[in-house]
Write a protein that binds this ligand. Structure first.
Ligand code: NAD
Length: 357
């Protein structure tokens, strides 16, 4: 790809961000506006349809409209193929960040058509529109570690007092793990379809599409609900006194946490150094990994005792221990690094919740 300077044609750069009311989409919209971009945010608040009123992202969109003059909102459904084509034809964006999704592993089984239409079908709508109207513009797709299905659970594990870990000294899971022949959940399968389609547009049409397989993406702006947004939801329960349910694995299941700001800065790095159809595992890595029990301990140390109950049955296909190997990301984007460690992430989410209660 030509360097960034060659693509800045002495004008304000324009990005389309789908899911701009969501955790990642809103963070990307803020960062781009701060960096002088014009942002067209696309979000129809479908999150409220998926998860009920607590899941609404309307207030975030309102805040973007009121505080960022360079932000323009389109209350549009990305499943609407013609509207997506019309938008891309009219705007011809320099950069596309696609974060809109049905994001819940557990929810998908009860809404398989909506899940597939949003996660897979609408991603195809965006890819074809990008190919036809702005094929050279970098395109970031937020995939998920659920494309690996439950294969991470086949790794040898050891049980420690407060968490599971890999038994053989493995630091984290890299992009060579197979996505085939395992249990994915309906969500994992629809994201696999989108993930592979994004790779294909990168390879077949030589488009600069990056596929980022997220671990736990988090931050204070998550409209957290039980079925999506683990860390923000558990903090919300601890601060508000709401009971929390742990599902299986003795509460020792491990996730690596990355702050939405670090995701957004990475996407800007991809804009500057795009590659065609490249896949990356994206998370907080070992340093930002934490189990449910360890989260409860950390919150207690901050003065918040979580009321919780334990249910033996784990969520179907849930990972026991998932930590992203970040070596490929770091090698391709040496200027990028994590700026949020776990205490900082937790402190921010706690602060946001305290302000709300
Ligand atoms: N948050 C995580 O832990 C995590 C982990 C791995 C991958 N991901 C992926 O990252 C992406 C962003 O996640 P998030 O946590 O910001 O999700 P989010 O639910 O906070 O945001 C998604 C936004 O997309 C919007 N949306 C949904 N369907 C739409 C449609 N048909 N048309 C227009 N807008 C629509 C929703 O209203 C919502 O505001 C998703 O693709 C998700 O699968 C997230």
């Amino acid at each position: 790809m030509p360097p960034l300077e060659a693509r800045v044609k002495n004008r304000i750069m324009k990005a389309i961000v789908t899911g701009s009311g969501g955790l990642i989409g809103s963070e990307c919209s803020r960062l781009l506006c701060e960096q002088g971009w014009e942002v067209i945010g696309v979000d129809n608040d479908m999150r409220a349809q998926f998860f009920g009123p607590q899941g609404t992202t309307r207030p975030v969109v309102r805040e973007l409209i009121e505080t960022r003059p360079a932000y323009r909102h389109r209350d549009m459904d990305i499943r609407d193929r013609q509207k997506v084509r019309d938008l891309f034809a009219a705007e011809r964006p320099d950069f596309i960040i696609h974060t809109a999704a049905q994001p819940s592993h557990d929810k998908a089984a009860s809404i398989p058509y909506d899940d597939f239409d949003v996660n897979a079908g609408a991603t195809l709508n965006l890819l074809v529109a990008a190919r036809d109207f702005c094929p050279e513009s970098p395109f970031c797709f937020t995939s998920t570690n659920k494309v690996y299905g439950d294969r991470p659970n086949f790794l040898p594990l050891r049980e420690l007092e407060r968490r599971y870990d890999y038994a053989d000294g493995l630091d984290g899971i890299d992009e060579t793990m197979s996505i085939d022949g395992c249990l994915h959940s309906i969500f994992g399968a629809s994201k696999v379809a989108a993930d592979i389609m994004c790779q294909e547009f990168g390879r077949y049409f030589h488009m600069p599409v990056g596929i980022f397989r997220g671990g736990c993406l988090t931050g204070p702006m998550h409209a957290a609900v039980e079925l999506h947004g683990y860390l923000a939801y558990i903090v919300h329960c601890a601060v508000s006194g709401k009971p929390y349910t742990i599902y299986g694995y003795k509460g020792k299941q491990v996730r690596d946490q990355i702050h939405s700001r670090d995701v957004a800065t990475l996407f800007l790095q991809f804009y500057q150094k795009p590659r065609c159809g490249e896949v990356y595992n994206l998370g907080g890595g070992r340093g930002n990994s934490i189990s449910v029990l360890e989260t409860i301990d950390a919150l207690a140390q901050m003065g918040f005792r979580l009321q919780h109950e334990y249910k033996e049955q784990n969520r179907r296909g849930d990972h026991i221990c998932y930590i992203s190997d970040l070596r490929k990301l770091r090698a391709h984007f040496p200027e990028w690094s994590l700026s949020y460690n776990l205490p900082r992430i937790l402190a921010e989410i706690v602060e946001r919740n305290r302000a709300t209660f």
